[in-house]
Design a binder for this molecule. Structure first.
Ligand code: NOJ
Length: 740
């Protein structure tokens, strides 16, 4: 007992059992030596000068001087052992020598790029996703980076929004699991390890629900919906120890997220007891002026700190306004202490006070540049992200000895495009990316011929290359078309109102199809596209997203069958833009349409089916999977029991393969209406041809909880449907009764 009291006493003093000071005590001591300006300085972040990821207001000479005066806490877009060291040296000239934090958007890989995030989500492979972030963290930290602005855990139900490529799609459960895997991957063995970077859950919050899918647009929704669908992945991230949060550009129900006391103070730092810090998004504090929420920079700074924003990314208002606000008594200095303290805590945890240059190491940087092991993983990950949408007549996989193959389309010989949107570390380093042409060429037999024709540009009306493409197709035994949208047509500020293939690509496809040659279509995109004609007329279609450094090899592995595709869609694919927003976990309404032909006084369009072209969770394989023997441990449960749901999945086709077995539930009646389906579990399993596997899921009442109208999070007694299947539409159902 005495020992416990002793431990409690020294913990209260901020000293650990070994007599060393705790981080809290070190922070408190440091804060006590800092001037107000120095404290606010910690809350300031500028972008480096070589490139910007937002509308930069550069005054580089002044920024360098500020660093020397201890008036800058962090830089983003400063990377590389040499550059980070040079900046850190300036910080070491400041009075208290407080090191800088270097942040960067390490979004889908760093030196080795991986599939865009939505493509990664299509793998439904949490272990691979975690490993990809482990690699990204190892590479980025070797380049002197301490902190990535990832994962983006915004749920998004609108494919017009360009940033769907950076998230995990429309589902809260899947998005949460993937977010957690990413955080684990980034933060590795914990902050302070040389190969760990601080992760950042962004964008807090509801950025993915922008009205009309237009980036930066407003969000208006019930707090119930906000908590249940959009905030859950953030809460899970906070509980998992994500080092930082970034808030979002949008307003939520009229209050910009950046100054939103409900989400940042009441929830994040209050109820969730989050101890990390919150960085604003680029310029989002200053943007409260055009939002019409702050009349000037002074008021923006005041509202942002009251709202819980700890660090000002490139608004440049904290340093200009906060010291004044404190001196005038409008802001309590304890709020500044709290914000600066949270930031300093991370610097201590990262070991930067022991050695500010510990991440700036040329030797490690060299080892992590073009690392063959990482590339090998990237190749595998790329192939696991591909979703097979159609394979009529089993055209795929192709034989390597097809005599003549034609690759046609604007992306065939592209290199950089394969990176997708966020390829920060790669700007002028194209050669190391495997083009689709090279990947296919490398795997075709020596005696076979690979022809190529571009056919058209990505996004214009020029059809002058069509004739050559048609002639090329005529010479081939099989044609591989590579179409989609430009790699820079999804991402930040890349909303599209029309999400078909850009330019004249669909016309090109129609011309090629007229040749009568067998056509395999590969679609490159950062979002779900609409391609009804292709879906109805082209026999084989793979959805390739953007696959990263090893794209060409990953693609060829799938085309020629070295890898049997097993990806599943993480978003519903609409038939037309008119169906958007479209998501599988909608409510039933009072007048549900029973099928696509039933349009009489029901919730339907008179000119369009309700269901998507391809549903959430959909994806084929070269083999066939059969589901049988779904069984429940009990149909009547009570209290805190566990329900076991099992199903047998048999591989009845000709290839070994992976299947994502999905579990959905429906709560039939509630005090608020519940979705027609909710994903509650999934298992990605490898099953050899001719073999079967029994798959088990266990559910507890925790999995039945939801937010009611008063924001209580609980479950209710009643009937529930348990559904197991290969996608959100194709399921087997059994009903249970579960009482409290
Ligand atoms: C703005 C983006 O919204 C955010 O996600 C990103 O991290 C910052 N710019 C920094 O580049």
């Amino acid at each position: 007992m005495k020992k416990v009291y002793f431990l409690l006493t020294i913990a209260a003093l901020g000293i650990n059992v070994h007599g060393q000071k705790t981080v809290d005590q070190k922070v408190a001591e440091l804060l006590s030596k800092m001037t107000l300006e120095e404290k606010v300085g910690q809350m300031v972040q500028y972008s480096g000068f070589e490139y910007a990821t937002g509308p930069q207001q550069s005054n580089s000479a002044a920024v360098l001087e500020e660093i020397k005066k201890g008036k800058v806490g962090s830089m983003l877009n400063v990377a590389g052992a040499d550059e980070t060291r040079a900046f850190q040296k300036l910080a070491q000239q400041s009075r208290l020598k407080i090191p800088l934090l270097f942040g960067q958007d390490v979004i889908h890989g760093y030196r080795t790029t991986f599939p865009v995030n939505l493509g990664q989500a299509a793998s439904w492979d949490l272990a691979m996703i975690e490993k990809s972030e482990r690699i990204a963290a190892t590479e980025a930290s070797a380049y002197g980076i301490h902190w990535t602005f990832a994962p983006m855990v915004d749920i998004a139900r609108d494919p017009r929004w360009g940033r769907v490529m950076e998230g995990s799609g429309e589902d809260t459960y899947l998005g949460t699991q993937i977010g957690l895997a990413r955080i684990k991957g980034f933060q590795g063995k914990g902050l302070g390890s040389l190969d760990a970077v601080m992760a950042c859950a962004k964008h807090f919050a509801a950025y993915g629900a922008a009205v009309g899918g237009r980036d930066y647009n407003s969000v208006d929704m019930s707090l119930r919906q906000l908590n249940e669908t959009y905030l859950s992945p953030f809460k899970a991230a906070a509980e998992a120890g994500v080092a930082t949060f970034m808030n979002s550009f949008n307003d939520i129900n009229g209050i910009p997220a950046t100054a939103n006391q409900y989400i940042q103070r009441a929830l994040l730092k209050g109820k969730w007891n989050y101890k990390g810090f919150v960085v604003s998004d680029w310029g989002s504090i200053g943007e409260m002026i055009p939002h019409g929420y702050s009349k000037d920079a002074n008021e923006a700074a005041e509202k942002a700190i009251l709202g819980g924003s700890d660090m000002d990314m490139e608004s440049r208002v904290y340093m200009a306004e906060l010291p004044k606000l404190v001196k005038e008594g409008k802001i309590d200095v304890r709020l500044v202490d709290d914000a600066a303290g949270r930031i300093l805590t991370k610097k201590f945890e990262m070991g930067l006070f022991d050695d500010p240059y510990r991440f700036s190491n040329e030797k490690r940087q060299k080892e992590q540049t073009d690392n063959p092991e990482n590339r090998k993983f990237g190749r595998e990950f790329g192939s696991k992200s591909i979703v097979l949408l159609k394979n009529k007549g089993n055209i795929l996989p192709l034989s390597k000895s097809v005599k003549t193959v034609a690759l046609i389309g604007p992306f065939g010989k592209e290199t950089v495009a394969n990176h997708g949107f966020w390829s920060i570390a790669f700007k002028d380093d194209n050669q190391r990316i495997i083009s689709q042409f090279d990947g296919i060429k490398n795997q075709l037999d020596k005696n076979s011929t690979l022809l190529y024709a571009k056919g058209c540009n990505v996004d214009d009306q020029d059809k002058s290359m069509f004739a050559e493409a048609v002639e090329t197709a005529k010479k081939a035994d099989v044609v591989i078309m590579t179409l989609g949208e430009g790699h820079d047509m999804s991402g930040e500020a890349k909303s599209r109102s029309n999400i078909g293939f850009s330019g004249v690509q669909e016309d090109l496809l129609k011309e090629i199809a007229k040749t009568g040659k067998p056509v395999v279509l590969m679609i490159n995109a950062g979002r779900p596209l609409i391609f009804n004609w292709a879906a109805d007329n082209i026999p084989a279609i793979t959805y390739n997203w953007w696959l990263g450094t090893e794209a060409g090899n990953s693609i060829a592995d799938v085309l020629f069958g070295a890898v049997n595709p097993g990806g599943k869609l993480p978003m519903s694919f609409p038939r037309t833009e008119g169906q958007i927003p479209i998501y599988y976990n909608h409510y039933n309404t009072g007048r549900p349409a029973k099928n696509n032909t039933d349009r009489n006084y029901v919730s339907a369009y008179i000119d369009l089916d309700n269901d998507p072209k391809f549903p959430f969770g959909y994806g084929l394989s070269y083999t066939d999977f059969k589901y049988s023997d779904m069984s429940l441990s009990s149909a009547n449960l009570k209290g805190n029991q566990t329900l076991n749901i099992s199903v047998t999945v048999s591989n009845t086709g000709k290839y070994d393969g992976e299947e994502v077995v999905q579990l959905y539930i429906r709560d039939l009646f509630g005090k608020v209406v519940r979705p027609v389906k909710e994903l509650k579990g999934f298992r990605k399993v490898f099953i050899k041809k001719g073999e079967s596997r029994k798959i088990d899921f266990n559910l507890t009442p925790e999995d039945l909880k939801f937010f009611d109208d008063d924001l209580n999070y609980d479950w209710e007694s009643g009937e529930f449907d348990m559904m197991v299947g290969t996608n959100s539409q194709d399921v087997q159902t059994k009903r249970i009764n579960w009482i409290k």
